[in-house]
Structures are given as C-alpha cells and as structure tokens.
Design a protein around this ligand. Sequence first.
Ligand code: BG6
Length: 479
Amino acid sequence: MTDYKPFPDEFLWGGATAANQCEGAYDVDGRGLANVDVVPIGEDRFPIIAGKKKMFDFEDGYFYPAKESIDFYNHYKEDIALLGEMGFKTYRMSIAWSRIFPKGDELVPNEAGLQFYENVFKECRKHGIEPLVTITHFDCPMYLIEEYGGWRNRKLIEFYERLVTVLFTRFKGLVKYWLTFNEINMILHAPFMGAGLYFEEGENVEQVKYQAAHHELVASAIATKVAHEIDPENKVGCMLAAGQYYPNTAHPADYWAAMSEDRENYFFIDVQARGEYPNYAKKKFERLGLDIEMTEEDLKVLKEHTVDFVSFSYYSSRVASGDPAVNEKTAGNIFASLKNPYLEASEWGWQIDPLGLRITLNTIWDRYQKPMFIVENGLGAVDTPDENGYVEDDYRIDYLREHVKAMNATINEDGVELLGYTTWGCIDLVSAGTGEMKKRYGFIYVDRDNDGNGTLKRSKKKSFDWYKKVIASNGTDID
Ligand code: BG6
C-alpha cells in the first residue's frame, strides 16, 4: 500500500445524481411534464436536446428512459443507505422543478413534491450525509417551454425566484450547499436540455441562446441573494462543464484557438464569480450583432451577488486547433473535441486525462480564487455482472484512482482550496447524452437495460468497497 497525504479533514467525499436520470415516477404525486421526460433514446435524441427537432410530448415508436429511470423515487431509502454504507459525506442530487411547480408559473407549490425532497434530505441526514442540491439539472417544466418559450423569456427569472424562495425556506437547516444551474455552459451545446429552447425556422440562434443565458445568470445571482437572506449559512455555487482546452501544437494560432474555446465556457463563470460581463464577451456580442437586453438592475444583482464557490464537472480535457483542416474529432460530454494522440479513451470515446484535472483545477483557482468543488467525474463503461449482480470494475477503480491522485497533488502540492468531490452516477442511472442505461458510472449496479427491462435490483460492484476505503482513509489508502 502506498501512503498519500490526507485530504483536508472536512473534505466532502461523495457521489452525484440528477433527478431526471434516476427518479422516474414522472407523473405521480402531481409532478408536471418536463423537457427531460420527452427526450427519447436513439438517433433523434441529439437533435432534440440541441433544440433542432421539436418533441414536446411523448410520441409513438420511441422509448423514453426518464419515465421510470432507476425509480429512485420509490427506492431512495435503500439507495441512500448504500451511500451511507460507503461512508459518503455528501450526496449531490437535484430537484425536479415540475414536482414543486408542475407547470412552473403557479403561485402555490405542490406539497407532495416538497414532502418527497424533505424525506430524501432527512434520510441523508440520518446517514450523516450532507445534501448538495442542484436546483436545476437540465430540467424545465414543459408548460414553461410551450407557453413562454423557455429561458428565452425573462418571465422565467420570476418563476425561478419563486422556486428557489420556496426551496430555501422549506429546507432551511436541512440543506446548506446549493448549485443554481447544472453545467450552465451546456446551453450553448444542448439548449433544449440546458434552457428549454427550441429554435423556430429563421430565428437568430446565437441571439436566443445568449439572451437565455443572461436570464439564467441573473436568476442565479438572485438565487444567491435570496439564499443568503433566508439563511446566511447557505453556500451557493455555480456549475461549469469544465475541461481545459489544449492547443493542438505550439503554433500560436492553436494556442489562440484553445484560449478562445476556453473563454466560451469561462464566460459564464466570469459573470457568476466575478460579477460582470467580461470585455471579450461584450466584444463578441458586438461582432455577432447580438443585442442582449440587460437592465441596470440585472447588472447590479450580478455584481452584488456572486457565488460562494465554483463547482464543475470534469471528464476530460479538450483540444483546439487554429487550422480548419485539422478536424479529427472525438466524442466527449456533448462537446466534440479534437483527438489527443497522447490519451486513451473510454468506450464512448471520452478521453482520459487525470493530469488535465490538475490543470483545470489550477486554472480555475488562478482565475477566481474561490473554493472549488468537483461535482462530477467518472468513467461511463459497459459492466458485465455475474449472477449476483457483482461487477469486477477494475477499469473504473483505475480511472477514479488516477483522478484522486491528481486532486491530492492539486491540494497538497499546489495549494488550491477544494471543498469536495462527488463522482458522477454513484449509482447506475440513465445517461444524459445518449439515454442509455448501459453506459454505467456507479459503485452500485442497477438491473435495468436500455429498453427498460430488468428487476431494478441494486447490487454492489467491486468499486463500492474501494471507494469506501478511500473515504474512510480520507484519500490516503487508494490502491
Ligand atoms: C454531465 C451531466 O454532462 O455529464 C450529467 O451533468 C451527465 O447529467 C454526465 O449524465 C455524464 O454524461 P453522460 O452523457 O455519459 O450521461
């Protein structure tokens, strides 16, 4: 066994899920329909999440994995007990907006929805687990999309404020860590998922996306304000789909391309963590002829209510080139990147780069000087269980171990402030990108396949005991 330096005493080890990818029960206890419900598995999925193909309701001939998912709604006690058994200090999960406000614009919340989350949080506390709650993880009530056009409409700010006010009030004392929007930069790549945007023929797509982004940014700042007013103990974070861009070569044009790509993403966090639109973004709007409506009040709230910490997902680094002829792409968390010849890739083509995590952490730290939280990281892989549901997932352990080492070095050798680490999909769940069940990330296997067959039985994988040991030793015993 190799000994590593421990992580900070208060380090929040845990795992993460999202409501639509695990809860199921899409139409019970008053829950309204959401965008995430109507994205099927199969080749139409990407055009739908990109806002290019319209699907506002279930259609014949499609399978919609989120309808049942892994049925966390009815298994949460068993699932949280397993997380507790692994020694989780925190569990990142999200709220389904349409459980609280089924249509989104009501004045009175749905008590059954609130009660469900209260039960979940209490269950977490029973096992000594601190909930970390994403308020919006890709979900938006369908009614708000059909009636208001999703986040392109300023009214959404008001509805979101109502949502967060209800949540912060009701869960005061039960929840302290909040994230406003999951992977806020995803709006540029998967706008139906990120902001409930479907583009009509002839619409200026960039104008709509950045206007919607502005509304989300303002809503996020208002949420931060309200969170602090209701309970000064609350800590609010932004959330970025991160992964540093590398230049394809030492050619300055490649470096510039990488820097420009990074700015596309950091733009959001620049606003949320520093409180103002960076000049490069203002110039970009000018160049593209975009006219983003912003009030004085918007700019004030952005300035005065920046986030307490910066959280992000990290799966891979990315590569950019200034030469349009260089275009051999590989897949990766919705963003396609150029292939990096120095890296191995997962079965889904996502490149594996633990040192890239250290680079990303240091870059974000240097840029904002705010505490950070890695709220997603992990390996999506095909698992083959034995007859008891046991999976020898050494490939997953290897992936996670290397990333834990990278975090350790970043904390203990570079001195960055990292609050915690929640691996993605700590229990197997539906993939956001593909809708597949067979792309598994969990320590806990769930018996369900891509077509919705299976008993939903939960069983521990080899990585379950490994992660338990990592947490118990505070990151010193990782072999
Ligand atoms: C992030 C999302 O983009 O990556 C998650 O926040 C998602 O919702 C995760 O599940 C992994 O991506 P995928 O496509 O493998 O599920």
